[in-house]
Design a protein around this ligand. Sequence first.
Ligand code: PLP
Length: 415
Amino acid sequence: MKHYEYFSTLLPQIVGEKEGPVAPEIVPSAAFAYASAQEAEAIFAGETSKPLYARMGNPTGMKLEKVLAKMEGGFGAVVTSSGMGAISMAMTAFCDRGDRVLCIGGFFGGTYALMNETLPRFGIQPHFCDVDDLSGIENFLREGIKVVLLESVGNPSLKLPDIRRIGLLCDEYGALFIVDNTLTPLIVAPFRMGADLVVYSTTKIISGHSAALGGAVVYRGLKEEKDKLLERKFSAVHPLLQKGKGALGAILKKRSMRDFGMSANAFASFLTLLGIETLPMRTRRVNESVKKVVDILHDSGVDVRHPSLHAHEHHLRYEALFEDGCGPLFTIECRSKERAFAFLNASKLLTQSAQVGDNRTLGLHMASTIYRDFEALDRKLLGVTDGMVRISVGLESPMALAEDLIGAWKTIMHL
Ligand SMILES: *Cc1c(COP(=O)(O)O)cnc(C)c1O
């Protein structure tokens, strides 16, 4: 648990100021004035880090960017209007018409739609692979995939990819490796596993309070030599590599945010900073609660699915890589839509919401909501069954929660 002690110290210390206002300042201005024509030129050239115009970043967001970069061990970060904004920014900054991208494992519904429906409209071709199909992954990479995207923990399938091995393959074949770490901040450290970019929906666990929509892309520093971005397939971003170590940030902003405008607003960044201070405590509590609740439900005969259970296909990987847990989610298999609806409506504690990682425990029937627009085959690929209910554990007493869910389960036994 040394790890949580480190973050429990780091995050409150870097969010608060030691002089003047302790809480982060909200700077709502959309425009910024420059002291002189010379300063304006320096700001536009990126030689001074003062704010240019809020579409390109504002001081409250810049504070959040510093905190996220430090937390993740990255070189810098760019905060966005939402998690989808972050993923869209990363994809559109680095991809061009004709590029092929590889999507590994199951995905959040919005991400799947972006990759499968929207980016193809702009000539970017997606391919999909299961997390365990390493030879398939390698074959795709050999054929010249430019970007690889995966989620640290499959939502809602809870499949656990071997991020380190996939990271090594991406390095070998020079593909940009993007990890969506939304469900496992502080738990998974993607930069240590070969990630080039780490994306977050900060709307979820990082905030915890469901009061602020937001996202972020954290990026690594450009390597002085042999950086994969120097390869020919990345020639479209080569002019920006002269920005040096922070080049990936310049690519994100100048090739996407400037033109698409998925910029964060100051108030959302402020609320996100309030959430992030307590992230280590919340993470530890939620991980412990998930373990307790899953065990109690399992022992009580509820059809609960989680990698901590022997029956889960990635149980061994869970034991090896996730000693403290893998975030707030587990699923309950109710075997039909009717039974799932009855289960959800019988619970008194669950808040039915499409959100995850909230301080309250949330529940949702997957097939009729987030995944309703997908074909049956796509749902199967994403691991979504007709009776699947997703639970996102909050800060309540795990005992009270287990009792409530067992009570709800009992009401559907006869259905
Ligand atoms: C919610 C979510 C997103 C999208 O984030 P928004 O802030 O809702 O746009 C992306 N990835 C994962 C894993 C998510 O859970």
